[in-house]
Structures are given as structure tokens and as C-alpha cells.
Design a protein around this ligand. Structure first.
Ligand code: ATP
Ligand code: MG
Length: 603
């Protein structure tokens, strides 16, 4: 039902092209159904015994379409065949119009659907991407939309052809000879049964094969993306075996599809051959009884061919509809997912913000059934000050950053920026004021300069200067200078050709380049040696005097200069204070500091 409504809405949007396409379809098919009549007339007037039948639908058509009928037999043949040729030429024009406009509608729908889908995908909550494999998302954009397109265009085109051709051919055939028409239908019934038998089998194998292929490509893609890990763990043989297992399943299903397809093809030839035999045998009998002419026989042979293809197409069309229905359901399900709350427009896009951050009794769980990963977190970072968060792995440090950026809605409590709850700001505008260095510094396969300028307006005349300044502040410039093309060096996928520390510094430069009011550094100094870290922190102090900074770290050395340090454990703040205070009071922080300094002395 939803499928039908969707098709209708697409057609309404392209109503003019639909009218042209459908008219061409109807007229073209009628032309195709009319041609055998003139072949019949030509054959009959050429055969010595033939008497053109002067009654019935075919006779009426012949009279209407061939007003000039010479008495001379040879001239008559020429005129009849000429008329058939003319109709065939007109049919060619209609075929073009039909295909072009119906396919055009389907391509336009495809474009609109992809654009709409890609747009709404940007608004999906971060959670959707956490729980859905990128392969599945890609297949929504590719094969699901292609299935819908096939339904809007080709499926409707072939269905329309069948719907017009069948009654048209049948009425001419019935007007020529009722008995023979009924006899000629017998193999068509056989063909229909064979379509009903083979089509679902072919479809089942094909669907399975498609799923195998999707799994195969997802597996291969992950394997290539993680090539370094695969090599390091000597997993090559295992990966090859795994792909082989999937490949075998794919092979099995594809061969199953081919077997059923071949049998179906064979049955098509068998039944159409049977049709020819029936027409020839009973046609000859009818001719000998004087109920049928040689021309009628020729026309029947042509109609026989004309009817087979539409019957076969019917099975194919059914398959396309079933597939499209499943795809549409998947696409609609996506529409049912509530959009990312932070992308719902609204709120004031503050032009500048001072950068004061406050958490008030914030507790958070990622899923309603999940554990509380933050419990009653409260703190205030005055504008321009630095807050550090330390704590063991998994204690909820990154979650604090995620919530501040509104990547997830807060379960309980309130987060304020400049004294106003963050949900009263326009999320895009608010994020525009925050420079964020994520824990895994994801880089795009683009040039270094473009990666650093990611958050900048491409037209910004200051762009190059900002890129350089921020690379300097991130202590990245000296190394960029040693790269073959400097700032224009292309990065591999996810920045593979940079070292871990270089990637982190590129990400820091990227966050600084947009001159944010708030800077969030999520454990982004971990792969950088302590000397460079020291320099970066010193640069940041100069560069970011007015920037409110939240720095998340594992190392005490990264946080010792912060105005306040929070020590988290299992989602709770267990200690807070400055470096000096925390060292004195003992506990988790003092332990960490002692252990890390001891380790540093030993190396
Ligand atoms: N998207 C998510 N969905 C569900 N649970 C999550 C999600 N992200 C993190 N968690 C869980 O929340 C808890 C806190 O994670 P978080 O990333 O905040 O820890 P962290 O302190 O940053 O750790 P690390 O030092 O290793 O980076 C963990 O137990 C983690 O399993
Ligand atoms: Mg983290």
C-alpha cells in the first residue's frame, strides 16, 4: 500500500513526463499489435487461394489505416507492406519516447531520493552510526534506492506493455479465429506456470547471493582498512580462508540461481516452440477446412511471439515490486528514527560567546537499560580558564566531551554555556565556537592544509594564515616542512601516512584553526613525547589566553598547569583541586603522579 502511494506521489511530481511516457507506451504497443494485420493482408493477396477476410476487427483496422487499396495484387502487397513499415517506424518513435520519459522519471526520483536520504542521514543521532555498519548504510544509498528506481521506471514500463499488448493481440486473434486463439493460449498457460515455479527460486538464490556479496565486500573492506593489524597478527591465511568460506557460499547460491534461470529459459523456448507447432498444425487443418488463410497463419505466428515476452516480463515485474517494497520499508524505517535532537533548528545562534562552562548535577547513560556512565557531575569553568579531567580508562572522561558537544542528549542534569542551557543554543552555531580534538584523531584523505582548514569557510581570505598559525601552535609545522609537498601533501585514508603523534597534532591544529572560544582536547597528547607536549601546552597558553579549555588526559604532566583538575572514577568525581592540592591530599591522583614520575625517571 505504502509502495503504491509512493509510486503515485513520484508520478504526480512528474506528471507531464508521465503523460508523454504513458501515451507513447500505449500508442507504441498498439502499433506493435497492428503490424501483423498488414502482413496478413500482404500474404493473403499474394497467395493464389487467399481471400482477405472482410469482416471483424482486423478488417476494420485495415480499412481505416489503409484507405488506398489497389486492385492489382502486386501493388496491394507493396502498399500493405509499406503501411506495415510505416507503422513500425512510428512505433520506433513511440518506443524512444516511452523509454526516455519513463526512465527519466525514475532517474529523477533516484536523484531526489539520494539527496533527501543523504540529507536526513546527516541528522541522525550519533547513536545510529554506533549501532549500524557503514556497509549497511551504503547499501541503503545504493542498492535500495536502485531497487526503488527499477520499480518506478522499468517495472512500470514492462507492466504497462503487458497490460496493453495482451488484450490488443487477443482481440485481433479472436476476430480471426476463436478456436485457434484458444488453442494458442495453452502453451502460454504452461509458460505462466513455469514462471510461477521458477521465479521465486531464482529470486531466493539471487537474494542470498546478494547478501553473501554484501558480507563479502564488507569483510574485504574491513580487512583492507585494517591491513596493518592483519599483517602484524599474521592473520593473512585466516582472512583468506574466511573470504574463501564466504566466496564458496556466494558461488553455491549463484550457481543455484543459474541452474533455475537456465531451466526457466529452456522452458520458455519449449513452450514457445509448442505454441508454434500448435498454430502450424491446427492452422493447417483450419486452412484445409477453409476457415483460415495463409495470411492469418502468418499473423498468428507474429502474435505468438508478441505475447511471450509480456508474459515473461510479468514474472520479472513481480520480482521488482517485491524487492522495491522491501527496500522502501528499509528507507521508511530510517525516516522513523527520531532526528538528532541537536539538529532540530532553534535557539539563538550567539555571534560570540565568552566561554564559561557549567555542569550541574549531570548524570548520563547511553541507553535506557545501560549503566550510568556519569553520576552527578558538577563543575564550573570560568571563561578563559582550564579544566582538566583525569581518571582510569572507561571512567567517563570522553562522555563529558560528548555531552558538551551535544553529540548525545543529557540523561539528567543540565549543561550551561555562558549561563544558558546548551539546548537553547542553535547546536550548529554552538559547535562553531568549540574546537574539538577527538580521542581518535580522524583525518580525511585530503591534503594536510585542507584537513586543518576543515572547520573554516573555504572562501575565508585568512584561511592560509590561520592554517599556518595553528600548525605552529600545535608544534606540527617543523614536520610539515619535511614532508615532500609540505602543506599540500595528500594523506592516505584516515591519514595512514602520518605517525600517531603527527595525526594528533594535525587534529589539534584543526581545532585551533577555527579560533574557538572553547577548546576540548580529548586525550590528544598521549602519542606525543613529554617535551613536545610541554611546548604545545605552552603555545596553547599563549595562543589561547581567552580560550576556555577542557583537557582530558591520562598523564599528570598534561594537566599539572590546569586551574582545576577533576579526578573521575566510575563516573563519579572522586577528587578535585589543583595539582599541588591533589598531590598533597594523597589518593588516586597522587598515586598516578608518583607512578608516572617514577616511570619517567626509569626511562
Ligand atoms: N556510544 C556509547 N554507547 C554506549 N556506551 C558507551 C558509548 N561510549 C562509551 N560508552 C561507555 O561509557 C563508559 C565511559 O566511556 P568513556 O569513553 O567516557 O570513557 P573514557 O574515560 O573516555 O575512557 P578512555 O580513557 O579509555 O578514553 C564506558 O564504560 C563505555 O563502555
Ligand atoms: Mg575517552
Amino acid at each position: 500500500m505504502r509502495t503504491l502511494r509512493f509510486i503515485l506521489s513520484e508520478y504526480r511530481a512528474n506528471f507531464r513526463w508521465l503523460v508523454i511516457g504513458l501515451s507513447a507506451l500505449i500508442l507504441g504497443t498498439l502499433c506493435q499489435a497492428a503490424i501483423p494485420i498488414f502482413i496478413k493482408l500482404a500474404v493473403d493477396s499474394a497467395s493464389p487461394t487467399g481471400v482477405p477476410i472482410e469482416t471483424g476487427l482486423s478488417a476494420w483496422l485495415a480499412h481505416t489505416l489503409m484507405p488506398w487499396r489497389p486492385n492489382d495484387n502486386e501493388a496491394f502487397v507493396a502498399v500493405a507492406l509499406g503501411t506495415a513499415g510505416g507503422i513500425a517506424a512510428v512505433m520506433g518513435v513511440f518506443t524512444f519516447l516511452k523509454r526516455y520519459y519513463l526512465v527519466r522519471i525514475s532517474r529523477r526520483s533516484e536523484y531526489a531520493l539520494k539527496k533527501q536520504l543523504y540529507g536526513s542521514m546527516q541528522n541522525l543521532p550519533a547513536d545510529y552510526y554506533n549501532t549500524t555498519r557503514s556497509g549497511a548504510i551504503m547499501s541503503l544509498l545504493t542498492s535500495d534506492i536502485e531497487n526503488v528506481r527499477m520499480m518506478i521506471g522499468p517495472a512500470v514500463m514492462y507492466l504497462g506493455g503487458t497490460v496493453v499488448m495482451f488484450p490488443a493481440a487477443m482481440s485481433v486473434m479472436l476476430s480471426l479465429n476463436v478456436t485457434l486463439t484458444l488453442l494458442a493460449m495453452v502453451p502460454l498457460v504452461g509458460l505462466t506456470l513455469s514462471t510461477i515455479w521458477f521465479n521465486p527460486r531464482v529470486r531466493r538464490y539471487t537474494t542470498k547471493g546478494q547478501e553473501d556479496l554484501a558480507e563479502l565486500s564488507a569483510r574485504a573492506q574491513e580487512n583492507f582498512a585494517g591491513a596493518r593489524v592483519v599483517k602484524a597478527f599474521s592473520r593473512e591465511a585466516f582472512e583468506v580462508a574466511e573470504l574463501d568460506r564466504l566466496g564458496r557460499r556466494y558461488l553455491h547460491n549463484k550457481i543455484g540461481a543459474a541452474r533455475n534461470q537456465s531451466m526457466f529459459q529452456a522452458s520458455i523456448w519449449g513452450f514457445s516452440g509448442l505454441g508454434v507447432l500448435i498454430i502450424l498444425y491446427f492452422g493447417a487443418l483450419e486452412i484445409s477446412r477453409g476457415n483460415f488463410s495463409a495470411g492469418d497463419l502468418a499473423a498468428f505466428m507474429m502474435y505468438n511471439l508478441n505475447l511471450y515476452w509480456p508474459m515473461i516480463a510479468l514474472g520479472w515485474v513481480t520480482m521488482l515490486f517485491v524487492r522495491a517494497e522491501a527496500s522502501l520499508k528499509r528507507l521508511h524505517d530510517l525516516g522513523d528514527i527520531a532526528p538528532d535532537v541537536s539538529r532540530v533548528p532553534g535557539g539563538a545562534p550567539a555571534a560570540t560567546i565568552a566561554g564559561e562552562i557549567a555542569f550541574r548535577g549531570v548524570s548520563h547513560q547511553y541507553t535506557p537499560q545501560g549503566p550510568l556512565v556519569l553520576r552527578d557531575i558538577s563543575f564550573v569553568v570560568p571563561a578563559g580558564k582550564t579544566l582538566a579531567i583525569v581518571g582510569p580508562v572507561g571512567c567517563g572522561k570522553s562522555t563529558v566531551a560528548n555531552l558538551l558537544l551535544r553529540l548525545y542528549p543529557v540523561t539528567q542534569g543540565e549543561i550551561l554555556v555562558d549561563g544558558k542551557p546548551i539546548q537553547t543554543y542553535d547546536a550548529l552555531a554552538l559547535r562553531g565556537h568549540i574546537g574539538y580534538v577527538p580521542q581518535d584523531s580522524f583525518l580525511f584523505s585530503d591534503t594536510i592544509a585542507n584537513n586543518i582548514a576543515l572547520g573554516l569557510d573555504p572562501q575565508d581570505p585568512q584561511r592560509d594564515t590561520l592554517v599556518r598559525q595553528s600548525a605552529q601552535a600545535a608544534e606540527f609545522e617543523p614536520e610539515i616542512a619535511t614532508l615532500p609537498k609540505g602543506y599540500d601533501t595528500m594523506l592516505g585514508e584516515r591519514g595512514v601516512n602520518l605517525s600517531g603523534g603527527q595525526k594528533q597534532r594535525a587534529a589539534i591544529a584543526r581545532a585551533l584553526a577555527r579560533k574557538p572560544a572553547i577548546l576540548v582536547l580529548d586525550d590528544c597528547l598521549s602519542a606525543i613525547d613529554t617535551d613536545t607536549e610541554e611546548r604545545i601546552l605552552r603555545n596553547l597558553k599563549q595562543y589561547s589566553q581567552s580560550i576556555t579549555t577542557v583537557i582530558i588526559a591520562q598523564r599528570v604532566s598534561s594537566v599539572q598547569h590546569a586551574d582545576e583538575i577533576l579526578v573521575l572514577d566510575e563516573g563519579r568525581i572522586v577528587q578535585r583541586g589543583t595539582d599541588a592540592q591533589l598531590r598533597k591530599s594523597g589518593g588516586l591522583y597522587a598515586d598516578m603522579a608518583r607512578r608516572q614520575e617514577l616511570a619517567a625517571e626509569l626511562t
